[in-house]
Design a protein around this ligand. Structure first.
Ligand SMILES: [Zn+2]
Length: 307
């Protein structure tokens, strides 16, 4: 328990090399420098320690797994859900070592035939959802060739977490046909059985995400990360504003806590948990809603027993 709460971190990345293609492989040197500059600036603002290199060898990966298990113990978390971890086989093997502490999502390209790998990842490997990046997706979600993917997710009520909005850092993506959460509208409306989770309050696409949530009951919001995209809105916006608005409109049953933790030495980004809990309590959310946001909703979506 974290205090009196059963906290589930719905959105974490296992710190392994070649995990997720958030940055282009060979950026222009000017863009690489700008990304470094932005990264350093953020570390200064947030007083973050520079990340250690990602685990690569089997021994390093083993070490990272045990360090994460210790983080779960240290903070008394109920569960950490890794949404990426190099590939489905590796991640499934890792989370299976500590099934009381970890779960994992499948993460592979959304393309015709992706349903076969998803079915294997879920049924054979035991992964519990599907993670995608909208601005890294080559096919329109409603492309008929992808229909078997959504049919499988609907049949299993499989949670699908899709990043929309700003992606990366300096040189990051701001223009793409699947940039906005609204690009999911047709599929999410045709498959209301699928719980779609949009992280980081929409990462710059807050208005679009609210519109999607207004229309559809199967859209969830995750709170993960620093959410510093709010600085790039053309009007003042704070994390408190995001929580208050999400609570009043979407409702507490569709808000999920996540940290977006991704590297050591930081490990579990407890600071985001502390900040977000303070905000929820200062907004006078009832205790049962706080419980739902920080663990109960995730337990329901992940199909955990006793929830
Ligand atoms: Zn993430």
């Amino acid at each position: 328990m974290y205090g009196s709460l059963e906290v589930i971190d719905f959105h974490t990345h296992f710190p392994v090399k070649n995990s997720t293609g958030q940055q282009p492989k060979d950026p222009h040197p000017r863009l690489a420098a700008y990304a470094r500059e932005r990264g350093e600036r953020m570390r200064r603002e947030w007083r973050m320690e520079p990340p250690e290199p990602m685990a690569d060898t089997p021994q390093e990966i083993e070490g990272a797994l045990e360090r994460w298990a210790q983080e779960v113990e240290r903070y008394g978390l109920r569960l950490v859900n890794f949404v990426t971890g190099r590939d489905n086989d590796l991640l499934a093997g890792l989370v299976a070592r500590h099934p009381d502490k970890f779960m994992g999502f499948a993460h592979h390209r959304l393309e015709p035939g992706a349903d076969r790998e998803l079915e294997r990842a879920v049924d054979e490997l035991g992964l519990g959802g599907y993670k995608l990046l909208g601005p890294r997706t080559d096919y329109a979600f409603e492309d008929p060739r992808l229909r078997p993917v959504w049919e499988f997710c609907a049949e299993r009520r499989l949670p699908v977490l899709i990043h929309f909005g700003f992606l990366g850092r300096g040189g990051g993506v701001v223009q793409h046909p699947r940039m906005s959460p609204l690009s999911l509208f047709e599929v999410a409306r045709n498959f209301p059985e699928i719980p779609f989770v949009i992280p980081h309050f929409g990462a710059g696409y807050w208005q679009e995400l609210l519109a999607l949530c207004w229309s559809l009951p199967n859209i969830y919001v995750d709170t993960s990360g620093s959410n510093q995209w709010i600085r790039w809105m053309p009007y003042p916006l704070t994390l408190d504003d995001l929580f208050a608005k999400a609570y009043q409109t979407i409702g507490p049953e569709r808000i999920l806590f996540g940290s977006d933790s991704s590297y050591f030495p930081r490990g579990f980004a407890v600071r985001y948990l502390q900040d977000q809990l303070r905000i929820c309590y200062s907004l006078n959310f009832p205790e049962e809603d706080v419980r739902a946001i920080f663990g109960g909703n995730a337990a329901r979506l992940l199909g955990l027993e006793g929830s």
